[in-house]
Design a protein around this ligand. Structure first.
Ligand code: NAP
Length: 454
């Protein structure tokens, strides 16, 4: 079946690509293995020159690339431009810091001298999602390439143009042939590629189901995995917070990327003493959002990326409503062309409702009333996920209680959760394991070599 790039705002197919056949996959794996042997020997300075050149190309071609993102998966053009700029910044960051992050570390021993060295692992397969089609790939590729690994990208089937644009851009930036290649393959081909001896490790960002399947294949082949999976992030608001600001950021955190972000705040847990004020403000702001053409500068929420994704959100909301949830605004798909869903707020939620138990990948906010701080932490942790969390309070004691109590990979205080090169990114529980970004991220795909000189 061809790999198709379909515009979510219209439902019309823009371009199709034939998947790579077995011979092409073999050629790309062979090239990756061969390229790694010479690429690993390049210096940090050389790699940094190519990474900075990649950043310059991303910045120089920013609107062209951003348009591809918007046309393929529907994020607003403004968000797409921000994503391209962020990718450039990540290349610059790792160009500047990779050498220091991977510097040999001396170790004090009782006798002799010790050291720890970080060496590149080899060709790494990256299985990536469509929601941040450039950023997800770059936050893997920039550190991996700076560490001396080569990358093989199996991108989500609905964003082939973004994948191919990045492959071509990295070649123009000067990275050697084979340092970063796209595999245009369906997900059914992934297990076979993971099993191939030339692939040394796998990173996957995506759903739990995909994570299980890739981890299983990697387990059979005894290969390392990093899994960045879903989330149902809590956003806790306590009475001492700047409540107006918290409500504004709550809406931004929920509808970013048209509601399709793993770290979007999804469950809003509001202390009873400020519940009405915060929830009323959120509902008013959600209902007032401008939904429409993602290329229009006035649009705040574009379409969902696929028809199936939109139908899934509709089914989750219908399930909640049937089980007693209250719809405070929205609650339906928007008729007409494209895959739009109305910004929605739901209350009166309970376990057993799909929206409570699963990740909701669309502009749907779930509000919960907490009796006190301990109750807020209990509700926040009442999920199988543990990706990000946001807490709003000006009380330093409360801040520490909540930060310490939350089972999450990332906690942001008086701010929404975002990814940034300086901080490790990843989750606990069913949100996955391993970390991207920061020095933890670059070391995930390095072999640790312990050395003792007697
Ligand atoms: P997805 O359906 O799991 O797809 C992600 C990638 O995995 C795609 O390349 C997909 O290929 C591939 N894939 C799917 N099933 C597979 C299988 N059984 N074996 C091997 N590969 C498989 O997820 P998505 O819908 O693209 O993305 C949304 C999900 O990603 C959400 O759950 C979101 O929370 C999560 N996410 C997590 C993070 C994080 O950092 N934690 C960041 C962003 C997104 P095809 O497209 O060909 O099916």
């Amino acid at each position: 079946m061809p790999i198709a790039s379909v515009n979510p705002a219209t439902g019309r197919t823009d371009r199709t690509f034939e998947p790579h056949d077995d011979a092409e996959i073999e050629a790309r794996l062979a090239l990756a293995a061969e390229a790694f042997e010479s690429y690993r020997a390049t210096s940090f300075d050389e790699r940094a020159r190519w990474a900075v050149a990649a950043a310059e190309l991303l910045e120089g071609e920013l609107p062209v690339l951003a348009r591809i993102l918007t046309m393929e998966m529907g994020k607003t053009f403004a968000a797409a431009k921000g994503e391209v700029a962020k990718c450039a910044a990540a290349f610059r960051y790792y160009a500047a810091h990779a050498e220091a992050m991977l510097a040999e570390e001396p170790v004090v021993l009782d006798s002799g001298t010790g050291a720890v060295r970080y060496e590149p692992t080899g060709p790494v397969l990256a299985v990536m999602p469509w929601n941040f089609p450039l950023w997800q790939v770059v936050r893997f590729a920039a550190p991996a390439l700076m560490a001396g690994n080569v990358g093989l990208l199996k991108h989500a089937s609905n964003v082939p143009q973004t994948a191919l644009a990045l492959e071509e851009l990295l070649v123009r930036a000067g990275f050697p042939q084979g340092a970063f290649q796209v595999l245009l393959v369906p997900s059914t081909a992934v297990a076979g590629i993971v099993a191939d001896d030339r692939v040394r490790a796998v990173t996957l960002t995506g759903s739990e189901a995909a994570g299980r399947s890739v981890a299983e294949a990697a387990g059979r082949a005894l290969k390392k995995t990093v899994l960045e999976l879903g989330g149902s992030d809590p956003f806790v608001v306590l009475p001492s917070a700047d409540l107006a600001r918290a409500a504004t950021v709550a809406v931004e955190a929920r509808v970013q990327n048209n509601g399709q972000s793993c770290i979007a705040a999804k469950r809003f847990i509001v202390h009873q003493d400020c519940y009405d004020e915060v929830v009323d403000a959120m509902v008013a702001a959600m209902a007032a959002l401008t939904v429409g053409d993602p290329m229009d500068p006035g649009t705040e929420v574009g379409p969902l990326a696929t028809a199936a994704g939109r139908d899934e959100v509709a089914a989750q909301v219908a399930d909640a409503r049937a089980k007693g949830a209250t719809v405070l605004c929205g609650g339906a798909a928007i008729p007409g062309e494209g895959w739009f869903y109305a910004p929605t707020v739901l209350s009166d939620l309970s376990p057993g409702m799909r929206v409570h138990d699963e990740e909701v990948f669309g502009p749907v906010a779930l509000v919960y009333r907490a009796h006190d701080v301990a109750d807020a932490v209990r509700i926040a942790n009442d999920t199988g996920f543990g990706l990000g969390a946001s807490v709003w309070t000006t009380d330093p004691v409360e801040q520490e209680v909540v930060v310490a109590g939350l089972r999450a990979g990332m906690v942001f205080v008086n701010a929404m959760v975002v990814s940034m090169p300086e901080l490790p990114f990843g989750g606990v529980k069913r949100s996955g394991y391993g970390r991207e970004l920061s020095h933890q991220g670059i070391r995930e795909f390095c072999d640790v070599k312990a050395i003792r000189r007697a």
